[in-house]
Each structure stands twice: as structure tokens, then as C-alpha cells.
Design a protein around this ligand. Structure first.
Ligand SMILES: Nc1ncnc2c1ncn2[C@@H]1O[C@H](COP(=O)(O)OP(=O)(O)OP(=O)(O)O)[C@@H](O)[C@H]1O
Length: 662
């Protein structure tokens, strides 16, 4: 043990002064006392000074000043030769990979720090990715590029997403800065009021999200700075071209691709401009105005009699079963979700919105659509609407705005025939076609190039990136204690979430319930996993395509509500009573991809990926159920025998870097 006073050191154990006067390489004192290598007094003094300059001169000299801090001795056996521990060097466990400050991907830190994507050299956010990309832009990234081709080999091999160029993303950021408020949009005042007072009621300081900042002005044909309703340049050019070609009678149609990350408010981004156009068209619709006059007269004649009692005998509205706006979505659950937003807007903006989905009685659908009061907006799944349009083609005869939400699903093989049939039928009157999605697969990209070469692409800078506020933990199921028992690993992960939540339990008689989504790849697995979780005392249900539609909605209801879910605390039982093991503070839904698309699961903070998703598209959508609209989220992926560890590692690294997946 050594005590130093400026340059002189004295051994406090043996009081030897030999070292103090030994200026050169003298193997005495400290080295002999500790047995740790050859050190000179001068070297030690310099090292100590470097470490301790702000400290007072009199202090105890550490004999480990040149080494990393020793680990706490008991747990690690005091091994002096052990490598330094960092954030990644944690004990194993379901959440060992969380809250890291360093991505646990490969040992080659240098390689990951210089990450540049092959065909997508665009940093979606700032940070390290940005600097390396800027470096590349300046011409300094040649070597790195080669390294990074290798580093994202697995994702590149199964590349499924279309890429967005650097220039596009950079220019988008400039545009975003120009818009700060809904007031800047050339929307009707009632719609602005409806946003704050109905759709986003309860939120303070409501600002448009990036996709809304970009899409609403573009779809309104407004100058992007929000200075008024000037038609966009492209629209003017198209109009001029049509006039030159003598096509004045032809409807001028604009097509948009609206692509933004999950949970970023795309629904409002496409609904607001469509409803705005609807209200403007209504103001100049003479037939509708005349009908309204006749209806008002009839109401006066009928006195107090409710409209519903006589409307069937009155003349039908010109819009009966002839909507102007149609929104297509893939599932009944999404129909209800988009319908709710449109309905909230309709309270202030006064229009009639109906929904068409398989969970509704056919008679109810018919009555709503063919109501004599008319219909302005229909939210539907393509199968039902296409079949209705086959029997009554006039249903699509007045459509001016058609939105295809979750476009990558709806233009995929299973939906494409019905979706394109609707597009084709609506085309003659269509003024705006909007395709909307959080992921643009390459096949959709090629389809758009071929089918809609003039489509205007609106993409946000973070497209295809999983937000950094969502953390991804990896559980290696092949290791102890799971030994390839994925079911056990899944239950353990859920118990860990429950236990963690219990630590922050509320005072009082209630407990806060965490809502967790577990995603599997195959429909058959959902029930198996749910049953196992139930057998372990977890409240779990299975949701897949064969689950009746009305049951699906009921199951998802508590996952989509942003309200906290509380249950009474279980009563203490006498110590003689053995209670069956139960995790009271979690609620789990085990689902296939069906529940990963578009569902606004605001309540979900935790997602467990029971199976490694087949593509990066599935990663984006499944993890996108957590961390919506600026919230934090956690994902856990169970990696077992035969799973693509390389893909998981690369997804995790991309997430850490804030980069777009490929
Ligand atoms: N400007 C805003 N400010 C705050 N919250 C908003 C805003 N716009 C929309 N939201 C809320 O954000 C949530 C997500 O919106 P939405 O469902 O439209 O996302 P999305 O982009 O369609 O997601 P996904 O890609 O998963 O379908 C909703 O609860 C919505 O009410």
C-alpha cells in the first residue's frame, strides 16, 4: 500500500523508503508487494497524476490505476485476469439484453460503428449512422461500405423492403420543419376543430406528426409551407397536359403513396384531406342541396315525428349507396378502428360514414348502405365491397377518393384481385387514389412503377426503421434453463415482465395489468402457446384467422384502449392454503400476423416474438404494436435451434443504430 506526496511515495505497510529514492527500473517495493509486473516509481507517479490531478495531493495510491475497475469480488471469483465487463456482459436471463448502451452484435465494434447500408445509405435519424453516411457522402466511406455489406449480409440476402434514397430523406426533413400546427393546413375550420375536439380529445399541445405534415398539404394540393390552397406543381402540370391534349372532360386524377412508420398517425393523414374534399364537393352539389331543401320541408310537415319513422317513404338521397370516399383495410378490426376515427370527425363535420365488414350482419350492412339518408364515406374490407359491387356496380360509380390502407397487404396475392377490381371500377370518377403502408416491399414498389408510374411518393425520414424507443431483447432458447423449450422461455419472459411491473405496484387495492402481445408465425401455434401460458397461470387467449370476427374485436378491445387496466388485488390466504400459481398482473394475446397490421394497440408496451419473423417487414409490423405514437416499448425475441440468429442480430443492430431495415 502506497502513500504519495507529490513525487515521493512511501510504502505504508513496510515504511520502506527505498522506492522513494529509486528513480529507475528498480524491482522493489510495490512490484514485490503486489507481485504484479514491473513498474517504476516514475511511471506510477505519472500515471497517478494523470488520474488524480484534481484531487488533493495526499491520497492513497491505487495499485490498479492502469487497469479497469475490478469486479465485485464475491460474484465473479476475483479473477484478476478477467476481461473488463461492460454493459453487454450481463448475467443471462430473459431481459439480459435490455437497456444496453452498446449493441450486443458481433465482437467487431469497429465494423458496426462504421455501418453504411449497401443500397440504403441513409441515416433515418442522427447519431452514428448519420456521421458515417455523411462521411460516405463526402467520399470517405469506401472501405466502410465494403465492411458493411458483410455486416448486414443476412438482411441483404432476404432483402424485402424497397429502399429510399439519401436525397429524398434529407429533403423531407427540410419540409417537416416548415409545418408545426394543424392551423397551417388548408383544411375546413370544422375539421381542424374535430381533430382537437374529437379525434385527439384529451391530448394537450396537439401537433401534426411527420406523416401528417407531409401528406395533408400534398393531398390537399397545398403549398407545403401551408400558405394556402395552391395546387401543387405536379397537379398543375398534369392539368395543363390534359388540356393540351384536349381532355378537358376527363377527371384529373392524382395518385399518392403514403409511407410512414407504424403508429405515426397515417389514418388522420389520409382521412382529413379526403373528408375536406368531400365537404367542398358537397357545397357545390346542386342535387344534394335541393334534396336537403325538400327534406327540411318534409321535416316541418311531419312535426315531432322522428325522422326514422317516415324516412323510408320519403325520396332517397342522391348519395344512397353511392359513397364518394372509400377506405379499404384488410381486417374487420381495422374497419372498426378507421370507422371510429371517421365517425369522430363526422360529429363536427357532419357527413355520413358507414362500415362494411364480415363481423356485421349482412342485413345491417345493406340497411346502412342503402339508407335513404345517403352515405358519404365507406370503410370496408375489399372482399365484401367487391362482392357488393359485383351485384350493384353503381356502388362505386361516384367514388372520388379511394384509400387503400395497409397497401402492401391489400395488393398482395390474397387480396390483390378484389382490391384491383375495386380500383378499376372506381377509376372513371376517381380524383385521388391513396396507397398507405408502414412498409413498402420491393414487389409493391415494382407493381407501383408498372401500374401507377406517376404516383407521388410521400415517405417519412424514419420509414422502415423501428423506433429507438423500442428496445429488443434476445432470449437464446437453446441454452439453460430452457434447453430448447420455447414455451417455457415464453412463459418465463412474461413472468419477468409481470414481476418487474409488480415492483412498481400501486398503493391500494388494485393492481395495474400489463398487456402483452405474443406473435407466432403459424396459426396452429397460437392455441398451443395460449394453452401452455394458461396452464402456467397466465391470462392468455389465442387470436388467428379462424377466430370469429366478433370475438377478435372483443379480445383486442383491452389492448387498444389507452386507459389503464386495473384489477383488484388478490386477498391474502391463510398460510395453510396452497394457492395455484397465477400471474395476475398480465394479460396476453397470442396472435399471428393478423393482429400485427394497423391495430392501434396503444396499451401495449411489451411484444414477445415467439417465432423469429420470416422477414424484416414482419419485424416492423410486430414490434410496431409497441411504442406507438412516441411511447416506449420492449420487444423480446425467442431464438431457438434453427432460427436465423444472424437476421435477429442484424435487426437488433439496425434498431440500435436507428437505421432502416432492408
Ligand atoms: N397528431 C397526433 N398527435 C398525437 N396523437 C396522434 C396524432 N395523430 C394520430 N394520433 C394517434 O396516434 C395513434 C396511431 O395512429 P394510427 O393508427 O393512424 O397510426 P398508423 O400510422 O396508421 O399505424 P399503423 O402503421 O400501425 O397502421 C392513434 O391512437 C391516433 O389517435
Amino acid at each position: 500500500m502506497w502513500k504519495t506526496a507529490t513525487r515521493d511515495s512511501v510504502c505504508l505497510l513496510c515504511r520502506s523508503s527505498s522506492l522513494v529514492t529509486a528513480p529507475g527500473r528498480t524491482r522493489v517495493g510495490l512490484e514485490e508487494a503486489t507481485g504484479r509486473g514491473l513498474w517504476t516509481v516514475q511511471q506510477r507517479w505519472l500515471a497517478t497524476r494523470r488520474q488524480t490531478r484534481p484531487q488533493p495531493a495526499r491520497m492513497v495510491l491505487s495499485d490498479r490505476v492502469d487497469r479497469p475497475r475490478p469486479p465485485p469480488s464475491s460474484s465473479r471469483g476475483g479473477d484478476a485476469t478477467r476481461k473488463p465487463r461492460n454493459n453487454n456482459d450481463r448475467p443471462a436471463g430473459p431481459f439480459a439484453a435490455m437497456n444496453r448502451t452498446v449493441a450486443n452484435v458481433g465482437r467487431d465494434r469497429e465494423r458496426s460503428a462504421g455501418f453504411v447500408r449497401t443500397r440504403d445509405p441513409i441515416p433515418t435519424t442522427g447519431g452514428r449512422g448519420a456521421s458515417s453516411d455523411n462521411n460516405k457522402k463526402r467520399g470517405g466511406g469506401g472501405d466502410r461500405k465494403k465492411r458493411d455489406d458483410k455486416s448486414f449480409k443476412a438482411l441483404n440476402m432476404q432483402r424485402s423492403l424497397a429502399t429510399i434514397g439519401y436525397g429524398a430523406r434529407a429533403s423531407v426533413k427540410e419540409k417537416l420543419a416548415l409545418v408545426e400546427s394543424f392551423e397551417q393546413f388548408a383544411l375546413l375550420p370544422v375539421l381542424k376543430e374535430a381533430v382537437a375536439g374529437e379525434v385527439l380529445r384529451g391530448l394537450v399541445d396537439v401537433k401534426p406528426t411527420p406523416v401528417q405534415r407531409l401528406a395533408i398539404p400534398a393531398l390537399l394540393g397545398q403549398d407545403v409551407a401551408g400558405r394556402g390552397g395552391k395546387p401543387a406543381r405536379r397537379s398543375r402540370e398534369m392539368a395543363a397536359a390534359a388540356t393540351e391534349e384536349g381532355e378537358e372532360g376527363k377527371v384529373e386524377r392524382r395518385e399518392f403513396l403514403l409511407a410512414a412508420e407504424t403508429g405515426s398517425g397515417k389514418t388522420l393523414a389520409y382521412l382529413l384531406p379526403a373528408i375536406n374534399a368531400l365537404k367542398e364537393a358537397e357545397a357545390s352539389d346542386e342535387m344534394a342541396k335541393e334534396y336537403q331543401v325538400r327534406l327540411d320541408v318534409e321535416k316541418r310537415i311531419r312535426g315531432d315525428a322522428p325522422v326514422s319513422t317516415w324516412i323510408e317513404t320519403f325520396e332517397p338521397h342522391p348519395n344512397m349507396a353511392r359513397p364518394r370516399v372509400i377506405v379499404l383495410v384488410p381486417t374487420a378490426e381495422l374497419v372498426s378502428q378507421v370507422y371510429r376515427v371517421a365517425k369522430a370527425l363526422s360529429h363536427a363535420a357532419r357527413f355520413k360514414v358507414r362500415r362494411v365488414s364480415a363481423d356485421m350482419d349482412p342485413l345491417v350492412i345493406r340497411n346502412k348502405l342503402y339508407s335513404p339518408l345517403g352515405v358519404d364515406v365507406v370503410v370496408a374490407t375489399p372482399h365484401l365491397l367487391a362482392s357488393m359491387a359485383r351485384s350493384d356496380p353503381f356502388i362505386l360509380s361516384r367514388v372520388t377518393h379511394l384509400v387503400i390502407d395497409e397497401a402492401d397487404s391489400l395488393l398482395d396475392r390474397s387480396f390483390a384481385p378484389e382490391t384491383t377490381a375495386i380500383v378499376d371500377r372506381a377509376m372513371p370518377t376517381l380524383k385521388q387514389l391513396v396507397l398507405c403502408s408502414a412498409t413498402i416491399p420491393r414487389r409493391l414498389d415494382s407493381y407501383l412503377v408498372e401500374r401507377f408510374p406517376n404516383i407521388e411518393r410521400i415517405t417519412t425520414p424514419n420509414l422502415h426503421a423501428i423506433p429507438r424507443r423500442v428496445q429488443l431483447g434476445v432470449i437464446d432458447v437453446s441454452r439453460d434453463p430452457y434447453r430448447n423449450n420455447k414455451l417455457l422461455a415464453c412463459a418465463d419472459a412474461i413472468y419477468s415482465i409481470g414481476r418487474e411491473a409488480a415492483r412498481h405496484e400501486l398503493p391500494g387495492d388494485e393492481i395495474d395489468v400489463k398487456r402483452i402481445m405474443v406473435f407466432v408465425n403459424e396459426r396452429e401455434t397460437t392455441q398451443e402457446v395460449a394453452d401452455y401460458l394458461v396452464s402456467k397461470g397466465i391470462d392468455a387467449v389465442a387470436l388467428h384467422r379462424d377466430t370469429p370476427e366478433h370475438r377478435q374485436s372483443a379480445m383486442l378491445a383491452s389492448f387498444t384502449s389507452s386507459e389503464p387496466l386495473r384489477v383488484p388485488k388478490e386477498k391474502e390466504l391463510p398460510s395453510t392454503v396452497v394457492r395455484t400459481r397465477r400471474l395476475a398482473n398480465t394479460k396476453v394475446i397470442v396472435a399471428t400476423d393478423l393482429a400485427s397490421r394497423g391495430i392501434d394497440t396503444l396499451a401495449v408496451r411489451h411484444v414477445v416474438l415467439y417465432d423469429v419473423p420470416h422477414t424484416s417487414i414482419d419485424f416492423i409490423h410486430r414490434l410496431g404494436r409497441a411504442g406507438r405514437m412516441g411511447r416506449r416499448g420492449k420487444g423480446v425475441v425467442l431464438v431457438g435451434k434453427g432460427d436465423r440468429r444472424d437476421v435477429v442480430r442484424e435487426v437488433k443492430e439496425s434498431m440500435f443504430m436507428g437505421q432502416a431495415l432492408v
